[in-house]
Structures are given as structure tokens and as C-alpha cells.
Design a binder for this molecule. Structure first.
Ligand code: ATP
Ligand code: MG
Ligand code: FE
Length: 329
């Protein structure tokens, strides 16, 4: 089964052709980061306009790089949500038009299911497993007992991890998106600023207090004329984040007696998080799955991977499919 997948939920215009849920025949990502940088974040109207400008070219590139004709494509998959509504609609309208014109079924895919299935491309998922989703808009612990079977057992009550990274980055004047810059600086700094490690009861997360603690601390140091190193801010913030993520995740792994952990979403590209998780999983005898770096942030290959299981279950979308900025897994 060969699926053309389209992803336009945020600031990446992406298309990919994926066979049988894991064989990636092409994976084209057109990032708009340069356009949003000067605003310090994604501007929805600007994102929609870029998607409109690029979508046709990106889809054509994905099909031609896969060396396929439409006869060889079985379905068209597209991110239904969550995401920016105007951005989602560009991908959805393109997918509908192609499905109609070429008489192919349409497959709506949840963006976070896509992030989870980014892992499936390198190594097939096996169950039961626990997924830690850490992205720009989500921070969730998800229990999976089978394909496309998601039970959210914990989630953030306020900011997502990626959001906290981007906000902390802004307070130390790093460009958008700040996550990769904080990651880089953290490797050169030390955890000396003593930020809080908010551990919730159960498996929920909360990062807004940590974010505020960083902002307040820097404000106080500045007022007192005490110098600090950006590297130390990055390292201290990142260590707090890692402690919280690992603590909550391992609490859940123990409670559910699961020995497989999957980490996904843009923040899963973080070197500090990857290396600590690798180390702890090895100590605890837990199998760890993390997607390759280019599949952590938004792409359409992950949508094509998840779509294969929707196709197998016969879950198709109608021609009145709409974008949904907020949908649960
Ligand atoms: P969602 O998937 O929740 O809808 P999104 O699609 O905007 O949100 P992703 O594209 O999955 O989010 O991830 C983008 C986020 O990942 C940004 O917040 C970015 O700063 C963060 N990020 C990317 N690389 C790193 C890194 N190395 N360290 C920390 N954060 C990172
Ligand atoms: Mg993005
Ligand atoms: Fe994403």
C-alpha cells in the first residue's frame, strides 16, 4: 500500500510517499522558519500564505522523487489536526482535490499520531508501549496497546515543553525556534541556577512555573547587577526539564509494567534529553525508541506511516473533511 501524505499543521509544508507504513520513498519538507524568525514565532496568516505558495511544488517533488505515477498511489493522507486552522486547511484542500481528481481514498491523520509513528519508520512499533510526546504544542504520556490505540495518561496542565524552550530562549535573546539553540548552549554550561523541578501527582506535567522561575531569576540577577552566563541558564533549565520528564515517565513505566519507551515530537531532537533517556533506559532495562533527528520535527513521512494503519482499519475521510485545530488523540 503506497500513500501520499501531506502535512501543513504549522510552519512546515511537507509531502511524502510512504509504502506499507515504513518504507519512505520520498520526504520533502519546506520550512518557513526564516520567514517567522523576525516575528519571534509563527504568525498564522504568514504560515497559511506560505503553504498556499509552496504546497503544489512540495507535493509534485514528493511524487517525482518517489518515481511513481498516480496509478501506483493507493491513497492520499493528510493531517486533520491539531494545528493552525488556516494552515491545516491548505493541506486538507490539496489532499481533497487530489483524492477527487485521481479517485483515491482520503485518510485524515492526527498530527500527534504522526509524531508517534515517526518511530515506526526506523523500527517497527511493538506493544504495549509508553510514548512520551514532547513537541511545540504537546507534552503527553500515552499508553499504546496496539496500532493507533492511544490512551493519554498524563499531559501538561499549562505550557508544552517546546513552548517553554522557545520562551526561555527568547529571554536570553536566542532566535526562533529557540529549542535547538538552548540545546547547543546547554552543553557548554552548568546546572548552577537551581531552578525548580515541578513534579505533579500522577503523570501530568507543568512547565509554566519553571518558565516563570527562569524569567524571574534573570530579572533579579540583572537588577542586582550580578552577571550570569547564557550557557548556565540553558543548562540549568534543561536539567530541570530532563529531571521532570524522566521522573514522570519512569513513574508511569513502573505503574503500567511496560518495558518499552518511545520518545517523539520536535523536542525529542534534544541531545541532552536523548542522552539522559538512553542512559536511564539502559540502567532500568527499558527498550528506548527515538526517531532520527529529521523525523522528530514536523514532516509528512510520519503522517504517511500512521495513515497506513488508518487505511488498514478502513478509516477514511469524506469529501467534506474539515480542519480541526483542537482534537484529542
Ligand atoms: P505540535 O506537534 O505539538 O503540534 P509543533 O508541530 O509546532 O507542535 P514540533 O514541530 O513537533 O512542534 O516541534 C517544534 C518544537 O521543538 C519547537 O518548540 C522547537 O523549539 C523544539 N525543538 C526542536 N529541536 C529541539 C532541540 N534540539 N531541543 C529542544 N527543543 C527543540
Ligand atoms: Mg515547526
Ligand atoms: Fe508537530
Amino acid at each position: 500500500i503506497t500513500i501520499l501524505a501531506i502535512e501543513t499543521s504549522c510552519d512546515e509544508t511537507a509531502a511524502s510517499v510512504v509504502r506499507n507504513g515504513y518504507e519512505v520513498l520520498s520526504n520533502v519538507v519546506n520550512s518557513q522558519i526564516e520567514s517567522h524568525k523576525r516575528f519571534g514565532g509563527v504568525v498564522p496568516e504568514v504560515a497559511s500564505r506560505h503553504h498556499v505558495e509552496n504546497i503544489t511544488m512540495v507535493i509534485e517533488a514528493a511524487i517525482s522523487e518517489a518515481h511513481l505515477t498516480w496509478e501506483e498511489i493507493d491513497a492520499v493522507a493528510v493531517t486533520e489536526g491539531p494545528g493552525l486552522i488556516g494552515a491545516l486547511l491548505v493541506g486538507i484542500n490539496a489532499a481533497k482535490a487530489l483524492a477527487l481528481a485521481h479517485d483515491k481514498p482520503l485518510i485524515p491523520v492526527h498530527h500527534i499520531a504522526g509524531h508517534v509513528y515517526a518511530n515506526h519508520i526506523e523500527e517497527r512499533l511493538t506493544f504495549p508501549m509508553l510514548a512520551l510526546v514532547i513537541s511545540g504544542g504537546h507534552t503527553e504520556l500515552v499508553l499504546m496497546k496496539g496500532h493507533m490505540d492511544f490512551e493519554v495518561i498524563g499531559e501538561t496542565r499549562d505550557d508544552a515543553v517546546g513552548e517553554a524552550y522557545d520562551k526561555v530562549a527568547r529571554t536570553i535573546d536566542l532566535p526562533y525556534p529557540g529549542g535547538p539553540h538552548v540545546d547547543r548552549l546547554a552543553a557548554e554550561g552548568e546546572d548552577v541556577l537551581d531552578f525548580p523541578r515541578p513534579i505533579m501527582e500522577g503523570y501530568d506535567f507543568s512547565f509554566s512555573g519553571l518558565k516563570s522561575a527562569v524569567i524571574n531569576k534573570l530579572h533579579n540577577l540583572k537588577q542586582k547587577g550580578i552577571a550570569y552566563k547564557k550557557e548556565d541558564v540553558a543548562a540549568s533549565f534543561q536539567e530541570s526539564v530532563i529531571d521532570v520528564l524522566t521522573e514522570q515517565t519512569f513513574k508511569a513505566l513502573e505503574a503500567y509494567e511496560i518495558n518499552q519507551l518511545l520518545i517523539c515530537g520536535g523536542v525529542a531532537a534534544n541531545r541532552g534529553i536523548r542522552s539522559r533517556m538512553e542512559q536511564i533506559c539502559e540502567d532500568k532495562g527499558v527498550k528506548l525508541l527515538i526517531p532520527p533527528l529529521n523525523l522528530c520535527t514536523d514532516n509528512a513521512a510520519m503522517i504517511g506511516a500512521a495513515a497506513y494503519y488508518e487505511y488498514s482499519a478502513g478509516k477514511f475521510g469524506a469529501m467534506n473533511l474539515n480542519g480541526r485545530s483542537n482534537i484529542n488523540l
